[in-house]
Design a protein around this ligand. Structure first.
Ligand code: SAH
Length: 276
């Protein structure tokens, strides 16, 4: 965990994080919180450009900082995060390039840039041209778009979210972005559905990413993971860990824990919208 030390030594210890704003840790499934971040890597947005709207210098600085602090280590991940402008995916007036999650309505957030970068790094090997990826809890569509750029026109990427308004918004976001042609040619699609069931139509997948925290790994997702494929999923309720699940060629499963995180829950639509 080199990034822990370099990034922000005062908040590397798990307990110290409780100095974060109260709403960060007063967790319940029906309140809109600043979520979807790595507890060890959360930088509090202190070192990225404070800019809203789209900005190529803001985008560049964001990627440079993620590289400098060791979150991005590969050229392809840097390239894709520079190519797909986060400014097109955050709500108007939000700081697109600050390293923090941003509320997007419906008790959901777009994940912090370091979280997107971490997941892209973990999945990079399985996001080669022509491969298939499923993004469960696709939200704004940012990470889904990154996947699509990485697997290209010969690949197949599916995003699933259970909030129809978010799926509509994600399609509009992608249409404005460099990934628009992939949506048009059908190698990228975004759907309304319960992501706990996966998306059978294009299974099996080389990559399954889950952008919301599950209490246990949904069996349909394990079933839809290709032998040789990799799943990244946050697991837990209050205390959550980002799990990396590799399906071996013989179908057996290997699991390792990457880091502690705080994500919105993978739940039912009613539960998510309760009190909204
Ligand atoms: N990766 C997204 C994260 C969005 S937050 C981004 O960075 O934009 C998590 C998302 O999971 C929310 O959009 C929420 O609506 C969705 N979600 C939660 N439970 C779900 C379920 N059962 N099926 C599909 N989507 C779900």
């Amino acid at each position: 965990m080199r990034a822990q030390v370099l990034l922000f030594p005062t908040i590397t210890a798990y307990g110290r994080l409780y100095c974060a704003p109260r709403r960060l840790h007063r967790y319940n499934s029906s309140s809109s919180l600043f979520l979807n971040l790595s507890l060890s890597r959360f930088s509090g947005g202190l070192f990225f450009h404070m800019e809203s709207g789209t900005s190529s210098s803001g985008k560049k600085a964001m990627v440079e900082n993620l590289k400098r602090y060791g979150v991005i280590s590969s050229k392809r991940v840097a390239q894709v995060m520079e190519a797909l402008d986060r400014g097109l995916f955050v709500p108007a007036g939000s700081s697109a390039y600050v390293d923090t999650p941003v509320p997007i309505g419906y008790n959901a957030t777009i994940s912090a840039p370091h979280m997107h970068a971490t997941c892209l790094q973990l999945l990079e090997d399985k996001l080669q041209p022509g491969m298939r990826a499923l993004d469960v809890g696709s939200g704004t569509g940012y990470l889904t778009g990154c996947f699509a750029l990485m697997v290209g026109a010969e690949g197949r990427v599916v995003g699933v979210d259970h909030i129809p308004e978010l799926v509509d918004m994600s399609i509009k976001n992608i249409e404005k972005s460099v990934a628009a042609s992939l949506l048009k040619n059908g190698s990228l699609s975004l759907h309304v559905g319960d992501g706990r069931k996966g998306w059978q139509e294009f299974a099996p997948y080389d990559v399954i990413h889950v952008g919301a925290a599950a209490s246990e790994i949904p069996q349909p997702l394990l079933d839809q993971l290709k032998p040789g494929g990799r799943m990244v999923i946050p697991l837990g309720t209050y205390f959550q860990e980002l799990k990396v699940i590799d399906k071996n060629k013989d179908g057996s499963i290997k699991v390792h824990t990457e880091t502690s995180v705080r994500y919105v829950p993978l739940t039912s639509r009613d539960e998510q919208l309760g009190g909204f």
